[in-house]
Design a protein around this ligand. Structure first.
Ligand SMILES: [Zn+2]
Length: 319
């Protein structure tokens, strides 16, 4: 059978000819305004993308989720949306794209968004979908369908964190074992943990250990608040995990002019800010981004504790 990345590219091309909604939204993407906001050594690309409003402002509380038909379940999908079945998942074209290649990888079963035991599958997709980065929004970290397990995949090279994770000068090595290295990254408005290594199981195992260490700092949540972005290169896997303190900034809940529709997920944490209203797009600048991310990234005290736990942890666990 043809390689999965080739089949996915073909699916995107086909869906854009046969599915009006997808075609319109991908065509609109060429009109999207983008501006870069530069900081010393890193940058954010801010996108003004009206079509994403549904995703940004969606209520994700348990009641709202129960009341709506799940848009990732096969029986509720638009009739024009086709799938490539692979393993336990269906690969779909995302009809509300942020980038020119944007896939949703939805579990075939309606099971909750939960990463434990699934990191290997996420990594497997990064290797099979050559040219794509694959990401995961945790149920507490901006997933718009926290009740249905899914990943997303976008073309490589569009997320600034792909470069920053390789080159960040202050990356500190927290642990090196069995060919797996775990780094801490900070001072780029966010905190992040970077796992790199060649062995899929070992990388997944390390990610699982990070999640367990983090879970003990957020015991009140079903899963600690994270976004994960991963990709595969000739040098192996790269997995970047963003531990978070908050879901949405206070400005999201403000009224009137103070309101900013900013409800970030993995893409925003990876350096592409998606705004859905022109006023928000215009307002984004260094000071505002600094304020927003400081509210949401892990606070200094918990970050220090998390790094200590990762340094100390050497045992095996399920990934
Ligand atoms: Zn579902």
């Amino acid at each position: 059978m043809e390689a999965l990345d080739k089949r996915a590219e073909a699916l995107i091309a086909e869906q854009l000819t046969e599915w009006d909604t997808a075609r319109e939204h991908y065509a609109q993407l060429t009109q999207v305004q983008v501006k870069s906001i530069r900081f010393p050594g890193f940058r954010f690309d801010v996108q003004f993308n009206r079509a994403r409003i549904r995703s940004t402002s969606a209520p994700v509380d348990a009641h709202a989720i129960r009341e709506r038909p799940c848009f990732l379940c096969r029986e509720n999908r638009p009739s024009q949306q086709r799938a490539i079945p692979f393993g336990d998942y269906d690969i779909l074209v995302n009809p509300f794209p942020i980038f020119p290649d944007h896939l949703t990888i939805a579990a075939r079963e309606h099971i909750p968004q939960f990463i434990a035991g699934r990191v290997s599958e996420l990594l497997d997709f990064t290797r099979r979908l050559d040219g794509f980065a694959v990401f995961y929004n945790g149920p507490e970290g901006g997933a718009s369908a926290p009740d249905h397990l899914h990943f997303q995949a976008v073309c490589r090279g569009v997320l600034p964190v792909e470069y920053e994770a390789e080159r960040w000068p202050e990356k500190s090595l927290l642990r090196e074992k069995d060919g797996i290295r775990i780094f801490g990254m900070e001072h780029f408005l966010r905190k992040a943990l970077v796992v790199d290594g060649r062995d899929e199981k070992e990388v997944a195992n390390a990610a699982g250990q990070i999640m367990e260490a983090f879970a003990s700092l957020q015991p009140e949540l079903s899963e600690p608040r994270v976004n994960i972005v991963a990709w595969y290169t000739q040098r192996g896997y790269r997995l970047v995990l963003f531990p978070r303190q908050g879901h949405r900034p206070r400005q999201f809940y403000a009224e009137g002019e103070g309101r900013i529709l900013f409800s970030p997920g993995a893409v925003d944490f990876a350096g592409v800010i998606v705004t859905v209203r022109e006023a928000d797009y215009r307002r984004m600048n260094r000071d505002l981004l600094t304020d927003l991310f400081l509210q949401l990234t892990l606070n200094d005290e918990s970050w220090k504790e998390l790094k200590e736990r990762i340094r100390a942890c050497s045992g095996r666990n399920r990934a």
